[in-house]
Design a protein around this ligand. Sequence first.
Ligand code: GLN
Length: 561
Amino acid sequence: MKKRTHKYIFVVGGVMSGVGKGITTSSIGALLQAKGFGVNLLKVDPYLNVDAGTMNPTEHGEVFVLNSGLETDQDMGNYERFLNRDLTGDDYITSGMVYKHVIEAERALKYGGHCVEAIPHIRDEIIHRFEKSAKANKSDITVVEIGGTVGDYQNIMFIEAARVMKVKYPNDVAFVMVSFMPVPHTLGEMKSKPTQNALRQLNSYGVNADIIIARSETPMDHKRKEKIAVSCSLPVENIISAPDIESVFDVPINFEKDNISKILLKLLHLREKKNTPGIVEWIKFANSVKNTKDTVDIAIVGKYFNTGDFVLTDAYVSVLEAIKYSAYKLGRKAKIHTVNSRDFEKADLKASDFKVLDKYDGIIVPGGFGESGIEGKLAVIKYAREKKIPYFGLCYGMQLMVIEYARNVLGLKDANTAEINVNSNSLVIDIMPDQKKKLEELNYGGSMRLGSYNAHIEKGTVAYEAYKQEIVQERHRHRYEVNPEFIKKITDAGLVFSGKSPNGVLMEIAELPKKVHPFFLGTQFHPEFLARPLAPHPLFTEFIREAIHPRKFLPMKKSKS
Ligand code: GLN
């Protein structure tokens, strides 16, 4: 029998960045998967950072963590959400990773005395990694998104590697260029010249695009498509119109209107399969996104929102998405409000200033690092606890919840985390010994407790009510932990550790019992990384359920009507 060959699709960007290459890649993946093929999605980030872990979230957005513990770009989150499955540590490549590997191999005399150069050594290492990701996933098709735009210096080596892949496997490789068609207001007409130029640039690398995704404000008519098709030497069907739409979840549905999966299968010499699942479930979900009217108001209290005059929520994408999916599941549209924690730590703060929080049905304190904005977060958590506003703490949000409880319920006034004040007498959150050593060695990159670990869930708790199972796997990214020395004191005072590491040493979930508070729960891990449109995360769903119901009966809400 003839050996089945693996297929690759390379997605590159033309004209400019920020026009949706990530969502295009995710959508292509979701569509081919729905046609019955095993698909993995691979992101190439051309920067020299070895991983995304050391980057500032205000600048670069969220650091997304895979099961393997690799700290990656937020696009990986979109990939997993669209595919509704976990990806591997081989599905993310940076220039830093590739160069580090090649340079270390050179130092170890692995190149037998040869001169080590970008071509062939860097290029071949990239090719090796493309092939490795295909093997690791045991998939049929790998869709590779090459970060940046055609014409950048940084991604040339990756495009070169993709070109060689096409030479190596002529029938198994396709190129998709995501381009942008501006409509200058003064002209009122869609212009295709920037796309032609981008394609020419791509051609100068020896690569041609097989499909052009034409991003534009409005849908593209046949005449425009013909014009682009002729100038790009492509059949008109291979120009896919991708107008701005209300929700990203409509992108795959929209692409399918232009038969993208059929065209791709043809380009890859793959035959359509019979009786494949299709995107029925996806369409159902996308419709609920459009048709849900009732709302639930959730506040995210963080500090990575402001860059200059802009408010960005990029640092918390997975949290936002997780909230939305659970809300849709419960028939609500989540209205998410960004609250800057620093607003709650001004010197002249009055008790009445907290009243603004009453309008939210639920409050989340997400993950974070360092000292700034912390006292504000603690003040908000105290308010949520006392006013019985559903509260969900994620990682730092759980650690701060424990600190707040220690300070205001146990009376340990100087309770703190070693991250902020090592001199506190009540370090309820402390650094793990192995982590301490890493920091002393200035070993910051990829050195936290990262990736998927098991947690044991205590029966009869809020957490168990949500998960309905005793062992769960969740993704982590932290250096500090609940200090074992304080666990007895804290639990005696009423806070329950309902999730623990299997050996019982690390506290994974803290909560107040239902009879005390409708939902006051924090996780040392990041449940948001596992929330998917078609599989919302049970803890988020439980939180939103409480946010929707009990708040309705609180007097302060009633008095408004
Ligand atoms: N800064 C905290 C720690 O390192 C929490 C990290 C996080 O929220 N991701 O433990």
